[in-house]
Structure formats: structure tokens, C-alpha cells
Design a protein around this ligand. Sequence first.
Ligand code: NAP
Length: 286
Amino acid sequence: MAKILKGRPVSAKMTEETAEKVKILSEKGIIPTLAVVRVGSKSDDIFYEKSILAKGDEAGVAVKLFHYKENIDGEEFLKEIEKLNRDETVNGVLIFRPLPSQIDDAAVCRLLDPKKDADGITPGSMGGVFTGSGEGFPPCTAQACIEILDYYGLELEGRKTAVIGRSLVVGRPVAAMALERNATVTLCHSRTPGKDMKEVLRKADIIIAAVGKLEMIKGDDIGEDQVILDVGINADEEGRMRGDVAFEEAEKKAACITPVPGGVGSVTTAVLMRHVVKAAERKANL
Ligand code: NAP
């Protein structure tokens, strides 16, 4: 049976380290502050917002909530982002996406100041991930995958790593980050022929699944003794949260696997808080 790579201890260790840094900043009169921007009231956003508030409390990071009506005018919303860019009391900004269709998502990503881009959505942050320029921040979920591997002492160097999904939120940045750690990376997506993807999955040492399709990766699709990070969040017929990997089948073959829930998702807010504190440190030239 596979070792279960729980996110909770990873998150706890990171939050402890972040809280130590917050203490040092507070001695200088600096309170790291995150602005959370929510348009409308999607239940997933509200759930995530609650976990951000709880993690902010734990880490000592102040969280300010900015709520807007679902039908806010697109131009007006951009002006709100400009205000947050100028707001000296705000170090980091997290915007719940997808945004309603009247808001130009690409314009929002371009507009947000990369220095405050705590969830790595701006082209500046993407540049940071892909070129190592140090600008902005990596997307929190992608970074959470790396944190889990590091915490459990699982090396990427020289390991065949299959990343399934190529979004800018998870797949592509995590692939770039694994490459930076000298993994041999193969990125699969919806146009990858099924037989090719199965071959990549079976031969991989590490699998990172970020698709958003309920238990798409079955026990028969994978090899033996692999490390599996399941980023997917899907609801099953009974409304329970499940991953992209059929957990019960995979845990019989894998060396280690993250659970859903309680895996990658539970590390994401710890990464977010770390980014806010880092932004505050950079601003103070620390
Ligand atoms: P996304 O933007 O919808 O991207 C999904 C990716 O999966 C796309 O690149 C798509 O390929 C690929 N894909 C779709 N069907 C596929 C198939 N049959 N075979 C191979 N690849 C396929 O989703 P996302 O934002 O990356 O999120 C992925 C999952 O992670 C979702 O379940 C989401 O809820 C979860 N998530 C979790 C967290 C967390 O904190 N734990 C955070 C963010 C996301 P194409 O590019 O070809 O369309």
C-alpha cells in the first residue's frame, strides 16, 4: 500500500516558518496584508475564502476582503484592481477566477502589479517561473506540489515526471518548476492520444495530475511504485470531493500518493501566505 502524502504537516511547517517571519516584520511595524477579491458569491469561492481567512489568522497575515456584485461593470472592476495596486497597505492580491464574462480576464492579469501577484497570474509572474527572473510569484497550486515533494524528501532530479494538464494555473508552471529541478518532464493534455498518455503514465517515476476529470486516471493506467500528486478537485455522484486519480486503485500500486481532499489543496493557502510575507519583505527591502 502506498504512503499517503498528507498536506496538513506540510502546510503546518510552512505556516510556522511564515509566522516567524511575520513576527520579525511586526517588530518593524509591518503587518503583511492580503487583499482577497471576490466577484459574486460562488460557493467554491466562499469556501476557499474561509480557508484563507483561517490560514491568515494562523500565520499572522491580515486578510482584507473585497466583494463585488456579479454584474460589476468590467471597466469599473479594472479600476478596483488599479486601486489595489496603489494601496500601500496591501502586499498581496488574490482574485478568485474565473471572473464573469463582462470582465476581461487577460486585462486583469496584465494590470495587476506582479509585486503583489500572490497567486502568480500576471505575465510578469509567468516570466518569473519560466525564465527564473525572480519577478512576481509562482502560482500557489504549482508551488504546493513542489512543497509536498520537498517535505517528504522526494527528489525530482533525473526522475521521469508526467504532468497531465497544461493550464497556466497548474500544469505548465509545475512542469517548468520540475524542469528547473532537473526532472525529465513530459506534459500531456486533451490532444495527447490516449495510448501515448498511458505509455507516459506507466513509464513515469512521478505523476502530477491536474486535469479536473473525476478519477480519469485508473489503476491500470499507471505503473508500479510511482509518486502520484493528484491536484484535481472533482465531485462524485454523491457530492464527495475526489481527485483525477482513482485513489483506491492507485494506492495499491503507487509508492506514495496525495489524497483528495487533504493533499495538494491543503498546502495552497500556506503557499499563498508565504508569498504575501515575501512581498512585504521585498517592499521593505529585507
Ligand atoms: P483547466 O484550466 O481546466 O485545465 C485542465 C487541463 O487538463 C487542460 O490543459 C486540458 O487540456 C487538460 N485535459 C482535459 N481533458 C484531458 C484529458 N482527457 N486528458 C489529458 N488532459 C486533459 O484546469 P486547472 O485550472 O488546471 O485545474 C485542474 C484541476 O486542478 C481541476 O480539478 C481544478 O479544480 C484543480 N485545482 C486544484 C487546486 C488546488 O488548490 N488543489 C487549484 C487549482 C486547480 P487542453 O489544454 O488541451 O484543454
